[in-house]
Every structure is written in structure tokens, then in C-alpha cells.
Design a protein around this ligand. Structure first.
Ligand code: HEC
Length: 194
């Protein structure tokens, strides 16, 4: 009798284990799928944005490009969000547009995790989080080009006086200056609703 009970307990425990394993394998494959999906959407949005900003810089210099960033970048994000059936956001601890301030605990935690890892010199990678009603994809943004410093570098040094005035006028509480090459700047966040 005791042996049978033991055997039953063993059976229950081992079947639970394999269910858990299956569930975590499924989770892993969903994460892989969304790492790829999120990455593709970010590539598309980022390259459109860069193309637009560098055209605006050529056309009217940094001052003109700042106005452009503020209005057109929003529209671009919105239309790409609709096209891909997701919500596209940029977030940053040191934000320029207050709309890019972290708004949830996950956003805050992810940004500070990236920040610490980058300060230690570790490489930082995209992450996927699964929730009951949605999936969130995060991808770090670094100051990866010298040209970023024209608008995000040191005031008076890389940021020209005229550009700084333009930034201050549009974003009176701007926090997004003083960066150096390869600094952590913020993250893309893509939300897929289930
Ligand atoms: C012509 C000036 C200019 C240049 C060059 C520029 N930015 Fe920006 N950046 C801005 C402005 C203006 C905003 C605010 C846009 C808005 O209102 O949504 C911004 C916002 C951002 C944000 C969103 C978070 C926040 O602070 O609101 C990130 C991330 C960012 N920039 C990264 C970069 C990187 C990386 C580069 C270089 C590849 C770069 N920027 C080059 C002007 C610039």
C-alpha cells in the first residue's frame, strides 16, 4: 500500500515537472518570436527616422531638424504603430520629450538595468516580457554616432549655442544633453496587445 502511494506521488511530481518544462519551452519560443518581430519593427522605424532627420539636417541645419523631430517623428511612430498593429515608444531616464519619460515599473527597471550594465562595460541586448494581456519588447539605444552629439552632447562644446536655444525653447525641461559617444541613451519599447 505504501509503495503504491509513493509511486502515485512520484507520478504526480514527475508529470508536473514535465508540464512545467513544456510551459517554459513554449514561453521561450514566444520570446524568440517576439525578439525577432520587435527587432524588425525597430529597424524599420529607426532607419526611417534617421533618414528623415539627416535629410532635415541637410536641408535646414540642426535647428530645423529639431522642429522636424518633434512633429514628424511622432507621426512616423504613429503610422508605423498602426501598420504593425503595436505601440511604438522611445523611453529614456534623461528624456527630452516628457512623453518619453518611463511610465511603468517595468520601463523604469529595464532602463536602469541597461544603464548599469552599460556603465560596467557589459554589452546590452533586447529583452521580451510576457504579460497576460500583452507582450513587451525592449531594445537599448546607444549614442552610436558622432552626429548624435550635435543635439545630445555637451552644451557649448558639441551643441552650438543656436541649437541649444532652439532645444530649450521647445523642451524647457530637457534632460537629454551631456552625453558622450557609446553612452546608453534610452530604449525602444514595442507593445503587442494579445
Ligand atoms: C537635430 C538634432 C538631433 C539629433 C542630431 C539627434 N537627436 Fe535625438 N532627439 C532630438 C529631439 C528634438 C528629440 C525629441 C523628439 C520628440 O519630441 O519626440 C530627440 C529625442 C531622442 C530620443 C527619445 C528620448 C527622449 O529623450 O525624448 C532618443 C532615444 C534619441 N533622441 C536618440 C538619439 C540618437 C541615438 C541620435 C544619433 C543617432 C540622435 N538622437 C540624434 C534631437 C536630435
Amino acid at each position: 500500500m505504501r509503495l503504491i502511494t509513493l509511486f502515485l506521488i512520484f507520478l504526480i511530481i514527475s508529470s508536473c515537472g514535465s508540464n512545467e518544462k513544456k510551459a517554459s519551452q513554449k514561453e521561450e519560443s514566444i520570446k524568440q518570436e517576439y525578439l525577432q518581430k520587435g527587432g524588425e519593427i525597430v529597424n524599420l522605424t529607426q532607419s526611417e527616422l534617421l533618414k528623415n532627420v539627416s535629410n532635415a539636417m541637410k536641408k535646414g541645419g540642426p535647428g530645423y531638424a529639431i522642429d522636424f523631430c518633434n512633429t514628424r517623428a511622432m507621426l512616423l511612430k504613429d503610422s508605423l504603430s498602426r501598420l504593425n498593429n503595436c505601440q511604438i515608444r522611445r523611453i529614456a531616464i534623461k528624456y527630452r520629450n516628457p512623453a518619453d519619460m518611463p511610465q511603468t515599473k517595468t520601463e523604469e527597471d529595464q532602463l536602469s538595468q541597461y544603464q548599469h550594465a552599460n556603465q560596467k562595460g557589459d554589452s546590452i541586448k533586447p529583452k521580451v516580457y510576457l504579460f497576460d494581456d500583452r507582450i513587451e519588447y525592449y531594445q537599448p539605444i546607444l549614442i552610436n554616432k558622432g552626429s548624435c552629439l550635435i543635439c545630445h552632447g555637451k552644451p557649448g562644446k558639441q551643441i552650438a549655442e543656436e541649437t541649444l536655444e532652439k532645444i530649450k525653447a521647445r523642451y524647457p525641461n530637457d534632460l537629454a544633453t551631456g552625453f558622450a559617444l557609446n553612452d546608453f541613451r534610452g530604449a525602444w519599447k514595442i507593445t503587442f496587445m494579445k
